[in-house]
Write a protein that binds this ligand. Structure first.
Ligand SMILES: [Zn+2]
Length: 271
């Protein structure tokens, strides 16, 4: 039996978001690329659904997707929010509770405005610390306190968690469920498949150089660009596991041009 699949797209900041605390040359998508990608989705009859609707696999079929935005850098508000709004799209914005209102990050008023305009606000932890490196008591604090802080500040229920840096560790899903989250978004490249339980959600992280051919393949569930990228992502996951996270981060650091502001506590290693 062919099971249904659903794509969840993942964006980080926009490269031209010059007020951002972080400008990541790999993950920051140029503003015009974001506009072209969202425009292509719109012109081709795709619509965005809230995560719970997408995961019900009931409506939208192959013309539905969900958009998620990690970190909530300033450009999430200044660039991504209007680009979505212009096309009638919605997204889940995952905020790091401890950075909200700090220079380069979205503020509380902006988050409330985003929620009022139909966006959902999720948690990306308190401090963006790799949960796999923490003892269980600290993970609980990251999950429970960030959720409460965002719920109190935004005035809406926080239903979803995005793992900081995409680091998944054994047992994190049950801790997230215990903390009241309905699903956990990771950075694993791939579709959510009907009947898979759908608590840990794979996503498609759109990077700076990604264009319409890849997005088109993702939406039609096949094609050479998707095949190539999936192989690359699986190799990267393998390398990350084999090398260990510290070595992997060092290697990635060498690949990023000198002078890029990245020595920040919330630098998204991978998500
Ligand atoms: Zn992140």
């Amino acid at each position: 039996m062919n099971r249904k699949t659903a794509p969840i797209l993942l964006y980080h900041g926009v490269r031209e978001g010059t007020d951002d605390a972080i400008r990541d040359p790999l993950y920051g998508v140029p503003a015009h690329v974001l506009a072209v990608q969202l425009g292509w989705l719109r012109e081709n009859g795709f619509r965005t659904l809230a995560l719970d609707r997408l995961l019900s696999f009931g409506d939208g079929g192959e013309r539905a997707c969900a958009v998620t935005v990690d970190d909530c850098l300033r450009s999430a508000y200044t660039h991504i929010l209007p680009a979505l709004g212009e096309r009638g799209f919605t997204a889940v914005f995952f905020a790091i509770a401890g950075t909200i209102g700090k220079p380069g990050w979205v503020g509380w008023g902006e988050l409330r405005e985003m929620a009022r305009s139909g966006m959902e606000i999720g948690s990306h932890g308190l401090t963006h610390t790799n949960l796999a490196s923490l003892p269980v008591s600290m993970i609980r604090r990251e999950l429970v306190d960030s959720r409460k802080r965002i719920e109190d500040g935004v005035g809406e229920r926080v239903r979803y968690l995005s793992l900081p840096g995409g680091y998944r560790r054994e047992g994190v899903e049950s801790l997230a469920a215990e903390a009241g989250y309905e699903a956990v978004c990771g950075s694993r490249w791939g579709y959510v498949t009907e009947g898979s339980g759908s608590y840990f959600l794979s996503r498609f992280c759109m990077k700076a150089g990604d264009g319409i051919p890849l997005l088109g393949d993702i939406m039609k569930r096949s094609g050479p660009h998707l095949l190539w990228r999936t192989r690359r992502e699986r190799f990267r996951e393998f390398a990350r596991r084999a090398m260990g996270d510290a070595a992997y981060r060092r290697l990635r650091g060498w690949l990023i041009p000198a002078g890029t502001p990245r020595e920040l506590p919330c630098f998204p290693a991978d998500g």
